[in-house]
Design a protein around this ligand. Sequence first.
Ligand SMILES: NC(=O)c1ccc[n+]([C@@H]2O[C@H](COP(=O)([O-])OP(=O)(O)OC[C@H]3O[C@@H](n4cnc5c(N)ncnc54)[C@H](OP(=O)(O)O)[C@@H]3O)[C@@H](O)[C@H]2O)c1
Length: 285
Amino acid sequence: MSENSVFITGAATGIGKALSLKLDQIGWRVFGTYNRTPPDDLLKAASSRLTMMKCDVADPNAILEAAEKVKGALGDTGLSLLINNAAMTGAPGPVETVNLEAFHFLMEVNFWGPIRIVQTFLPQLRKHGNARIIIVTSTSVYLTIPLGCTYPVSKSALAALTRHLRMEMEPFGIQVTALEPGGVKTKMTGFSKGEEVALWESIPPDLRPLYQKYFSNPGDQLEENFNLWPPSKFADKVYKKIIQANKWKPVYIIGPSVKMLPIMHRLLSRKRIEKIFKKLFGAKF
Ligand SMILES: NC(=O)c1ccc[n+]([C@@H]2O[C@H](COP(=O)([O-])OP(=O)(O)OC[C@H]3O[C@@H](n4cnc5c(N)ncnc54)[C@H](OP(=O)(O)O)[C@@H]3O)[C@@H](O)[C@H]2O)c1
């Protein structure tokens, strides 16, 4: 049997870093990518098997280069697991004024990047014979965030893509799942006053009075309403519930207080759900 190997994007911080360390510690061969800063602390903590490489997932050439490196290292054994994890938030503001160039870039990172990565790595995954793909989507697919459509839209598109990919890969024996995290304490869940200001300033001054009623600090609301997990706890759960499982479910929702989100969507009307989100995010109307 070939050794367990994983290619994981966004491995320098948060969930990607915790998963990389977890898999390295149990003997996997980990190929992680970073975007801006190499994770010196992860490299120190991990074994010499762990390889980190720079890869901007919005850059098709960088993806090709990363795939060549992994292929060079693994040769004919192929890759056993691909985790599409890297993502960004940003391009805040109402649909009316959202900066489309910034939204486009966010879609490059959160949607087109993962597709390109799947396309590029599939030959290596097929070679393995029993490979699997985790696409990290988000519990934001269940949310309606006032003045914050870009990230949930990108993740909803990725969730839809994952459903198609899962079915298409079945005859090849490649299992695919969508991992929907929520409430993990990382850079991404640390909303700051600066982001609140950026959101407000993204709206042209003459339109600001019209959007005043939507405006609150979503960061404060989130910290108040949820207890957040450390990434290491999340990585342990992912390992136990997904990576160790033989037969994968289409979707895994993992995190504190998030299991009720899909249930809420099954049981409540859309209008009722809108009311809940307006309250949760502090909209004043
Ligand atoms: N934390 C949660 O509760 C939560 C909830 C829902 C979904 N998620 C999902 O979980 C995954 C991991 O997020 P996280 O919470 O661990 O946040 P994070 O620490 O911010 O991790 C995101 C990673 O993606 C990388 N990245 C961003 N743009 C990139 C690019 N252009 N090319 C390559 N890498 C890029 C970041 O690197 P740089 O910082 O160097 O740019 C960072 O290492 C994401 O898919 C996120 O959407 C997390």
